[in-house]
Design a protein around this ligand. Sequence first.
Ligand SMILES: [Zn+2]
Length: 237
Amino acid sequence: MDLEHLKKEIETAFPNPEIGRIFFAKQNILLEERYGFTPENTRFAEGGCSDEINEPEYQFLEKYWGERFKFGGLAGYCHGGKSGLGAVSHHVPELDGRKNLLLVAGTHIGYYRGEWGEIPRSGQPEITTSCGSLSAVLQTGYETIKSKGIDPLDRQQQTVEQLMLPYLENCARAGKTPDITEATKYLMQIIDRDLLRIVEDIEPHFDGQIAIITGITINTEHGNYFSTSRVEVRGNS
Ligand SMILES: [Zn+2]
């Protein structure tokens, strides 16, 4: 399949997908040229899913900006919360009175030969789920999650289950099967909402700029695409 065709297929579910590497290369240049972010005055922090499939873009960003702080976890939710993001706000280098925090966050979804939520991985004959955490939530289902007790050894997954419960409840009430693309978009909205609340909590104590880049990473057999949800630079320059 040629890449233009693949992009068109992705676009049927997620708007303006761009090859991840190209999208982030542009963002890096923009942050540096327009907002004065440099590797010397910037800390990069990332809130993606634990899944190694999302590493290429994070490592690309890390090579540009330097070592990254991780505030994400299963399904790309900001599990690090106020404590995690509060901590990284104290790890930002300052140069000539300027300091910048770059936050990159969002969930992800696989796309393979017309199927959403699936991706083959090198060295594995079977097709795997992506995001595996979110797929497992849909698999577990509304009734089971609703009546589940707390498992202290599965806290992140249980957080994702609780976040997705209203979506699953709506599906159950409407008598329809939960859909992985819908669920991914729903989760992305929650991530945006919660990340913004946490950033607003940090801002009064942070004298610098905070760049927020969020979106959905689409994992394909031809590498990752990125569909933007939110791009903004806040605070004093
Ligand atoms: Zn995942």
